[in-house]
Write a protein that binds this ligand. Structure first.
Ligand code: AOF
Ligand code: ZN
Length: 375
């Protein structure tokens, strides 16, 4: 089959509807794990311009898939229509039949896809089913934008570890805090609320034991309407030094706390924490530190697709040095810390190679900039 080049008008419309499908997919982002949140739009044009006749998002918990819902809404209007899918439609029989077959049966004549699916049960097969049935397929429309939104799923599938976001709050003079002072307010209340929202969209949050001891953070979401959305809290705690009196340990029964300890961590200290509900992941250590690749592999095996690293400087530097950061979320506040400040491992003029700026926003007096690595 020789495909005719799409008109500029068609290409512009494809990009517009795909952008809308990507925004739609955001609705259930972080709530479909271990499935990605996918968006589908069914669009038909009866001569008077394109009209959306069905829309769907992957359901909370991961099933049904987005296509099922969009096709159900479109009903008979799907016949002869175009489907915009932010991820290649699946080709496998899971608890539901393959979405590629469902699109064919519904009479879809054209499928525009964004991100490719690395799942070996799908990868290329979804599009092949469609083409074999005579459906016109256009691949990789806004593929990078769609992939960025499902980075957790893609990193976990391809690298067997969660996607790692390094979150840093840096003062105007490049500091993340002051030595020996516990939590120092670098950003304002609006930015701090945004951080809690970012926590709610992650599967886990991680800090080093230095930060846990110095700041005694709780690391929960604490936002109205999002109670119960706090992700698991992880402490890099080679020697099980977390205090049983800490906020983390004393709240471990309501929001999980996982201490990443060395294989030789003290048994008595561990059992004091265990009695409070703290769980342990024992990993190899090297150069006196938890082996991060091994820990991340364990977290992926527990079904975690996204991890937010929240501090402190040494932990951030270790993740950066080992090439284990996929996304940088850098908040910059207007104030200065001055003498005794802890220097940030990076600032916006020193972002490691391979990252591209994907978002900039302001939250009150603070700026947020985000960079991601190409997937
Ligand atoms: C789609 N549409 O909305 C999503 C897809 O366990 P299952 O049967 O739900 O399959 C999980 C796989 O389905 C997952 O690895 C990915 O390949 C695909 N996700 N596919 O057609 C969707 N969420
Ligand atoms: Zn599917």
């Amino acid at each position: 089959m020789v495909s005719t080049p799409a008109s500029a008008e068609q290409e512009a419309a494809d990009r517009r509807f795909m952008a809308a499908a990507i925004r739609l997919a955001q609705k259930n982002s972080g709530r479909t794990s271990t499935n990605p949140s996918v968006g589908t739009l069914v669009v038909r044009d009866d001569g008077a311009g394109p009209v959306i006749v069905g829309s769907g998002v992957t359901a909370i918990g991961g099933r049904p898939h987005a296509e099922t819902e969009a096709l159900a809404e479109a009903g008979e209007l799907a016949r002869g229509a175009t489907a915009y899918v932010t991820l290649e439609p699946c080709a496998h029989h899971g608890r539901t039949p393959p979405c590629a077959n469902a699109l064919v049966s519904a009479g879809i004549v054209r499928v525009v896809g964004a991100a490719s699916d690395p799942d070996p049960r799908v990868s290329g097969r979804g599009y092949a089913i469609l083409r074999a049935a005579g459906v016109e397929v256009v691949e990789r429309v806004l593929a990078d934008e769609a992939a960025e939104r499902i980075a957790g799923y893609l990193v976990r599938s391809l690298q067997k570890r969660p996607e790692v976001t390094l979150k840093l709050a840096v003062s105007a003079d490049g500091m993340i805090g002051r030595l020996g002072e516990g939590q120092v307010a670098i950003t304002g209340a609006v930015a701090r609320r945004q951080v809690r929202l970012m926590r709610a969209a992650s599967d886990a949050i991680l800090v080093g034991i230095g930060t846990a001891l110095a700041d005694d953070p709780e690391l929960t979401v604490r936002l109205p309407g999002l109670e119960g959305r706090s992700p698991a809290r992880i402490v890099l705690d080679r020697e099980a030094r977390l205090s049983p009196a800490s906020k983390l340990a004393t709240t471990a029964r309501s929001v999980p706390v996982l201490a990443a300890v060395g294989l030789d961590a003290d048994a008595a200290r561990k059992s004091a924490l265990e009695a409070l509900g703290v769980k342990f992941l024992a990993t190899e250590t090297y150069e006196g530190r938890i082996a991060l690749p091994e820990l991340l592999e364990d977290l992926a095996a527990l079904g975690m697709s996204s991890l937010m690293v929240e501090g402190g400087a040494e932990t951030a530097r270790n993740f950066l040095d080992e090439g284990l950061v996929d996304r940088i979320a850098l908040f910059t506040g207007p104030g200065t810390v001055g003498a005794g400040g802890i220097v940030s491992p990076l600032d916006r003029n020193h972002i490691p190679d391979g990252f591209r700026l994907v978002r900039e926003a302001r939250f009150g007096d603070d700026a947020l900039a985000e960079w991601t690595k190409a997937l």
